[in-house]
Design a protein. Structure first.
Length: 302
C-alpha cells in the first residue's frame, strides 16, 4: 500500500478540522434527546470499539504500565467532566458560540495551567498572547454585562467549565507521554470512561435509545467514529509527518468551521462579539505557540 503524501495528508487534515467543527452542531442536535450520561456512554462505547483497528494498525501494545494508571484515571475523570459540561452547555446555549469559546480558550488555558503547575518560564510573546487571549475570551463571554444567572442560562458557564476540564486533560495527556503512548492513553481513557459512565447512565435509561430514530444514531456515529477516532488519528499521523507545530496550526480552522456549520445547519447567526473575540483568541494562540518547540496544541476538544 502506497503511503499518503504530504498533500494527501494536508487534505485529510482539512477534512478532520471540518469534522471537528461539525461536532458542535452534531452534539446540539441530540443534546436534548437523552441525559448527558446516556449520550456520553454511547459516544465513547462506539469510540473505544472503533479505536481497536487503529491500535492494531499502529501495532500498539495493550499493556498498561503501572506508572500510567493514576494518570489514566485522572484523564478519565477530566474527560467525563468535560463531556457533562459540554452537553449541559449545548442544552442551554449555541453550538457555534460554544465551539468558538472552547476551541480558542483551550490552548490558552492549557498554557496558563502549564505555567502554574509545571512552573514553565513564559516568554514575553507568550505572556502577551495569554493576556490577549483572556481579553478575547472575555469578549465572547460578554464580561461587561455578566451575572451568574445569564452566564448559566446562555450555556457559557458550562462551556467555560468544559474548556477548563479539557485543558487539565491536555496536561494530563502530555504528562502521560513519558510512560505510555498517546494512542494507548486515549484508548484506555475511552474504555474506562465507557465502563464508569455505564453505571452513571443506568438510572437515566441507558437502553431507551434503541427506540430513537436514525438521526440519533447517525450523530453518535459521527461524534465517535469520525470526529474522535478518524480525526484524532489523522491529527496524530500529521503531527508525526508534518511536525507538531505545523499540525497544530490547522486547529485554527476549527472555531470557524464550528460557526459556519452551525449557521448552515442550525440557522445560528453568529454574534459580532463571538467573531471578534474568536479572532482575538486565535491571534493569541498563534502568539503563544509562535516559535515555541514545546507549545504544540494537542488533541482538540470536541
Amino acid at each position: 500500500m502506497r503511503p499518503i503524501g504530504n498533500i494527501g495528508l494536508i487534505s485529510l487534515m482539512l477534512l478532520s478540522m471540518t469534522i471537528w467543527g461539525g461536532t458542535w452542531t452534531s452534539s446540539k442536535v441530540i443534546a436534548n434527546m437523552a441525559a448527558p450520561e446516556v449520550l456520553i456512554f454511547w459516544r465513547f462505547l462506539f469510540t473505544a470499539v472503533s479505536m481497536l483497528p487503529v491500535m492494531f494498525l499502529y501495532r500498539k501494545s495493550f499493556s498498561i504500565p503501572r506508572k500510567s494508571i493514576g494518570l489514566l484515571l485522572l484523564g478519565t475523570l477530566f474527560l467525563l467532566l468535560y463531556n457533562k459540561f459540554f452537553f449541559w452547555g449545548l442544552q442551554n446555549g449555541l453550538a457555534g458560540a460554544g465551539g468558538v469559546l472552547v476551541t480558542t480558550l483551550n490552548p490558552i488555558l492549557t498554557f496558563l495551567f502549564s505555567v502554574i503547575i509545571f512552573r514553565r518560564k513564559a516568554k514575553r510573546m507568550q505572556l502577551a498572547g495569554l493576556t490577549i487571549g483572556l481579553i478575547g475570551g472575555a469578549i465572547i463571554l460578554h464580561i461587561w454585562s455578566i451575572d451568574l444567572t445569564s452566564l448559566f442560562a446562555s450555556g457559557n458557564a458550562f462551556f467555560l467549565l468544559a474548556t477548563t476540564c479539557w485543558a487539565l486533560l491536555t496536561i494530563t495527556s502530555e504528562k502521560s507521554k513519558r510512560v505510555v503512548s498517546p494512542f494507548v492513553f486515549s484508548f484506555y481513557v475511552y474504555c474506562f470512561l465507557t465502563i464508569i459512565d455505564f453505571f452513571l447512565a443506568l438510572p437515566s435509561g441507558v437502553f431507551r435509545v434503541f427506540s430513537f430514530g436514525h438521526i440519533f444514531w447517525w450523530n453518535i456515529l459521527y461524534m465517535s467514529v469520525f470526529a474522535t477516532t478518524f480525526a484524532t488519528t489523522v491529527f496524530f499521523a500529521a503531527s508525526g509527518r508534518l511536525g507538531s507545530e505545523r499540525a497544530s496550526s490547522f486547529i485554527f480552522l476549527v472555531p470557524f468551521s464550528a460557526v459556519l456549520i452551525a449557521w448552515i445547519i442550525l440557522g445560528e447567526n453568529p454574534q459580532l462579539t463571538t467573531i471578534i473575540g474568536g479572532l482575538i483568541a486565535v491571534a493569541a494562540v498563534y502568539l503563544i505557540n509562535y516559535n515555541h518547540q514545546d507549545g504544540a496544541i494537542t488533541k482538540h476538544p470536541n
